[in-house]
Write a protein that binds this ligand. Structure first.
Ligand code: NAG
Length: 303
């Protein structure tokens, strides 16, 4: 009995430990560090430092600004998404909102600042390679991109209509591939990258927390139940022991009385007294047997 309860407890403790460790490991893997900017640079300073990038952003702005007013309005954005990006209706509304927010007229500087602050601009060479592989779906250029150390800051140059960079630098001969790359880069530069894996990570994290709390609850309940059972069984044992004592006592009395009676018929123990003792003895025996079988049943049920 004790051994069994010990086994249950040992099992729960060790599996709790294993679960905790695996959860910690899982969460460690999920929590990826975000890139940090170590030097504080203003967007204006960056225009000079990343002249090619700024030129590309100006170029994209010019492409979108149909009426050459110096700013992009909502109509122009919608037209650009439809004609140049061949975007579906369902994507357009959400992306237009993401692009404009409350700003109806987006200037070159607006566009540059938004791009400058975006997390996509800080993408590393590795992240660009991942994007090229999994989102754009052009795995054949991954090596070339890595070799030339193409990182997030290059995205506007990939998004321009002028494809000289893609042809001369990246050596992408297929115009279909260039168009594919351009549209994907435009999408990231203008509307940002939607990371679906992040949501999956959040869900996994929430799920693991739910699992952990459920397991802790179960563990506590199991502990409680096993200690309750232990108490119950030990009280049963005590009861059984006292019954046994009672039975032995009655048996002793009976034997004494019988020997007294056979020794001296004349001392005059009445027949009634003997009968009483007999009934007492039988009663004690019956209870003993009943209790004993109950005890056996409990033990075998638990097994
Ligand atoms: C495209 O850009 C290159 C240099 O980046 C330039 O020499 C070329 O004239 C441009 N082409 C067009 C059509 O503007």
């Amino acid at each position: 009995m004790k051994l069994e309860m010990l086994t249950i407890r040992r099992f729960s403790t060790s599996s709790l430990k294993i679960l905790l460790i695996s959860l910690l490991f899982l969460n460690g893997c999920l929590a990826k560090e975000k890139p940090k900017r170590s030097v504080i640079v203003t967007p204006d300073e960056e225009k000079v430092r990343d002249a090619e990038g700024y030129k590309a952003i100006s170029e994209i702005h010019r492409e979108m600004d149909d009426d050459h007013s110096g700013s992009i309005d909502r109509k122009e954005t919608t037209g650009f998404m439809m004609e140049d990006m061949q975007m579906r209706q369902s994507d357009r509304a959400r992306k237009e909102q993401a692009f404009h927010g409350n700003d109806d007229a987006i200037t070159i500087d607006d566009l540059w600042e938004a791009w400058f602050e975006s997390k996509e601009r800080a993408w590393s060479v590795e992240e660009i390679a991942e994007w090229l592989l999994n989102v754009v779906n052009l795995p054949m250029y991954v090596d070339k991109f890595k070799e030339l150390k193409i990182d997030g800051a290059y995205l506007p140059r990939l998004a321009m209509q002028n494809q000289t960079f893609m042809v001369n630098k990246l050596d992408i001969r297929s115009s279909v591939h260039r168009q594919k790359l351009r549209l994907n880069a435009l999408d990231v530069v203008l509307f940002g990258h939607r990371d679906h894996s992040n949501r999956i990570k959040d869900i996994a994290l929430a799920l693991s927390l739910v699992l952990l709390s459920a397991f802790i609850l179960l563990y506590i309940r199991l502990q409680k139940k096993s200690s309750q059972e232990k108490q119950e069984l030990s009280s049963r044992l005590m009861q059984l022991k006292s019954m046994e004592d009672e039975f032995q006592h009655a048996q002793k009395n009976w034997n004494e009385e019988r020997s007294k009676r056979s020794n001296s018929e004349e001392t005059g123990i009445s027949q009634i007294e003997v009968e009483n003792l007999k009934i007492q003895l039988e009663e004690a025996e019956r209870r003993h047997v009943l209790n004993h079988s109950f005890f056996i049943n409990t033990v075998s049920l638990r097994n």
